[in-house]
Write a protein of this length. Structure first.
Length: 122
């Protein structure tokens, strides 16, 4: 990604985080974080990766995000209108990398506890 894309992605990430924080009631009161934003070279398309802290129902929240995506884009346009000419199309994805980290930590704990049990039996 170019420096221009990175700066624009950072700007979008910051403002979207604010939008989700202020509008959490619209998204089932979930705590939503914007973990990553990828911008196309022409700045016309953005992939937004969202993650959740202890979600109750990820599918429901993602459906709510998709349902409100035009309103989210409109709010974003209000916030960046003096800094950018283009308001990119937004596409939202679940970032499950944090779930993977938690899973791997659990696997390592299980392996360690099995090793300790084997060590105590010898």
């Amino acid at each position: 990604m170019s420096i221009r894309q990175e700066k624009f992605a950072g700007l979008i990430q910051e403002y979207l985080a604010e939008i989700f924080r202020l509008e959490s009631a619209s998204f089932n009161n979930e705590f939503i974080t914007i973990s990553k934003v990828e911008i196309s070279p022409d700045l016309g398309y953005a992939k937004i990766y969202v993650s959740f802290i202890s979600p109750k129902n990820i599918k429901l929240v993602m459906d709510l995000i998709e349902l409100n995506s035009k309103e989210i884009r409109r709010e974003l346009a209000k916030k960046i209108r003096k800094q950018a000419r283009i308001v990119p199309e937004l596409k939202f994805f679940v970032d499950d990398s944090l779930d993977y980290v938690f899973h791997m930590e659990q696997v390592l704990k299980n392996v360690k506890s099995e090793d300790e049990k084997k060590g105590n039996n010898n």
